[in-house]
Design a protein around this ligand. Structure first.
Ligand SMILES: [Zn+2]
Length: 71
C-alpha cells in the first residue's frame, strides 16, 4: 500500500461517497482529529485521524504547490 500524504487544504476522495453524491472532501482542519468538508454540500465532519486514513481512497489535489506559504 502506498503511503498517503495529505495536508491542510487538500481535496481527497473517500472510499464511500457522501450521501449527497459527491466524493470529494476538502481537509479544513488537522490535528488529532481531522475535519473534512464535503465539496458538494459544504457539510463538514470531524473524524479521528486513524479513521480518516482508513477511509481515504486517494488525494485528488494537493494544496502544497499553490499555497505553500499560508500558515
Ligand atoms: Zn455532501
Amino acid at each position: 500500500m502506498e503511503k498517503k500524504e495529505y495536508q491542510l487544504g487538500d481535496v481527497v476522495q473517500m472510499k464511500k461517497p457522501h450521501p449527497c453524491g459527491t466524493n470529494e472532501m476538502e481537509i479544513i482542519r488537522m490535528g488529532m482529529d481531522i475535519r473534512i468538508k464535503c465539496v458538494g454540500c459544504k457539510h463538514s465532519v470531524l473524524v479521528p485521524r486513524t479513521k480518516f486514513e482508513s477511509k481515504l481512497k486517494k488525494i485528488l489535489r494537493s494544496n502544497a504547490a499553490t499555497e505553500e506559504e499560508s500558515t
